[in-house]
Ligand binder design. Structure first.
Ligand code: RUB
Length: 329
């Protein structure tokens, strides 16, 4: 068995510890790790290469369980490598296919985020106040494109406890010259009366159009619905989850309690329990539209994207059978 290359292990560690974070970035990092693995393979045999690459795919996929962009990026590359192996490709050809499809995925992903920005910006009107949560490149792309089109706008960015990704968002938007106000997560309902649109990203979109995004998103959607504020989700098509077509649930990542409360303090309260779910589920009835790189769809049309783009993946999962599911949403 081949060892995992250092650079691949480093990418995996960076994803786990969230030095690389955000569903799109995670997916691109995984594709890059597969390309590195192909470059660094020193074996001689095509079957051995595919087994090695598959084990790296499993390692990468396990680093963060919720962002479906991660297994989708890995399948994008691996499905092509498996097909090539079945057609009798040589080791050099398989390595080349891995590197070129990884590159293709990364280019597609970057172009999709840009395109979502252009398409989504049409939904932002001059003078709008937008609220966003966490730090989503796709959501920021919409806000930044609208601003570049000359629309004046205000943005509320939530802090996003416990990891404070909202600070990154606030910094990025301020750098663009956008009028941005950082608020504690608990201030969302108070400011909602001044908000025209909510724009957030996604880690996963299920077959019924539910959106899994940073914990707190569903509360924001609830407050928005109450205030009759429209909610837009920015999501590339590789964030749609094929296994949900077959009834699988998306696993909600639980992170370490030390992210919520300092371990020193935690030790003083022996009976205190802490939970740290990283994501939550917003039902489709709380979402007005999902902006993808292919256009704007109602959440209920998620199934069409899945059938059109992931038909092959659904068949693959079906024929492979299911592994035991973990506790999920
Ligand atoms: C990030 C998060 C983002 C989505 C979409 O969570 O929930 O909203 O991943 O991001 P975390 P993008 O910080 O835990 O990774 O649009 O950049 O893919």
């Amino acid at each position: 068995m081949h060892e995992l290359p250092e650079r691949v292990l480093k990418i995996g560690e960076d994803i786990k510890s969230m030095r690389i974070r955000g569903a799109g970035r995670i997916a691109r990092a995984a594709a890059e790790a597969l390309a590195i693995a192909a470059e660094e393979f020193r074996g001689k045999n095509p079957d051995e290469f595919v087994r090695y690459l598959s084990s790296i795919g499993r390692y990468l996929t396990a680093t963060r369980p919720t962002a479906v962009s991660l297994p989708n990026a890995v399948s994008y590359v691996l499905s092509r490598v498996h097909n090539a192996l079945r057609s009798g490709a040589s080791l050099e050809e398989l390595q080349h296919i891995t590197i070129s499809t990884s590159k293709q995925f990364i280019e597609y992903s970057l172009a999709a985020v840009e395109r979502i920005g252009k398409i989504g910006a049409r939904r932002i009107e001059n003078g709008d106040t937008v609220l966003t949560h966490c730090n989503s490149s796709a959501a920021i792309s919409i806000i930044a494109h609208a601003y570049k089109q000359g629309k004046t706008m205000r943005v509320f960015a939530t802090e996003t406890r416990p990891k404070f990704q909202g600070y990154i968002t606030a910094r990025q938007l301020a750098k663009e010259g956008i009028d941005v106000t950082l608020i504690p997560d608990s201030a969302v309902r108070l400011v909602m009366k001044r908000v025209d649109k909510v724009v957030v990203g996604a880690d996963a979109v299920t077959a019924n159009g539910a959106v899994i995004n940073k914990v707190g998103t569903s509360q924001i959607a609830l407050a928005a619905k109450e205030a009759r504020v429209r909610v837009f989700v920015a999501a590339e098509t590789y964030k749609f989850s094929p296994v949900t077509v077959l009834g699988e649930l998306v696993v909600i990542e639980e992170r370490d309690p030390s992210e919520v409360l300092n371990l020193e303090i935690l030790r003083q309260y022996t009976l205190l329990k802490i939970r740290n779910p990283a994501f939550d589920v917003t039902p489709p009835s709380y979402i007005d539209a999902i902006v993808t790189e292919l256009g704007v769809i109602p959440p209920q049309a998620a199934i069409m994207i899945l059938k059109d783009f992931f038909g092959w993946a659904i068949q693959e999962y079906e024929s492979r059978g299911f592994e035991e599911s973990e506790p999920s949403a």
